[in-house]
Ligand binder design. Structure first.
Ligand code: DQA
Length: 143
């Protein structure tokens, strides 16, 4: 069974308390349950959330060193700021999918600055929790 790392960045541990018009009303645990259901035991899933940029970089490095076959990442605010996450993702040769709950490309101008888009295979955004289940379904088709 292939190993898939699902990374969620800062403030995504607070889902449920964030603006619902952008992020929906589910908690991260509830979203993870939906992902597990969509996965249907196809992949071995490892869920990781951190509010710290360096910890996310270290987790991506675990994938570079062979621990994972694919990465699904919602870098949250680090999407728009992090050269370090860009550089870590760049080293990973397996499929990398970018996920966002909201329509990042249609919101404030600062959210259109994106440091991960050019080092990921595909982006799923704007569908709230369904962005994640769409990413898993896509991965099942290609892996
Ligand atoms: C987000 C969008 C980011 O701009 C924001 O900083 C987040 C969440 C999303 O899932 O829509 O925290 O990545």
């Amino acid at each position: 069974m292939k190993n898939v790392l699902i990374i969620n960045g800062p403030n995504l541990n607070m889902l449920g308390k964030r603006p619902k018009e952008h992020y929906g009303s589910l908690t991260l645990d509830e979203i993870n349950e939906l992902i597990i259901k969509e996965n249907n035991n196809y992949f071995n899933l490892d869920f990781y959330q951190s509010n710290y940029e360096g910890d996310i970089v270290t987790k991506i490095q675990d994938a570079v060193l062979g621990k994972y076959d694919a990465i699904i990442i919602n870098p949250a605010a680090y999407t728009h700021t992090s050269v370090a996450i860009h550089d870590a993702l760049e080293m990973f040769n397996g499929p990398k999918l970018e996920v966002h709950l909201s329509h990042v490309d249609e919101r404030e101008a600062f959210r259109r600055i994106n440091f991960v888009r050019d080092v990921t295979l595909k982006c799923f955004s704007g569908e709230k929790e369904a962005s994640y289940t769409q990413a898993i379904a896509y991965l099942k088709n290609i892996l």
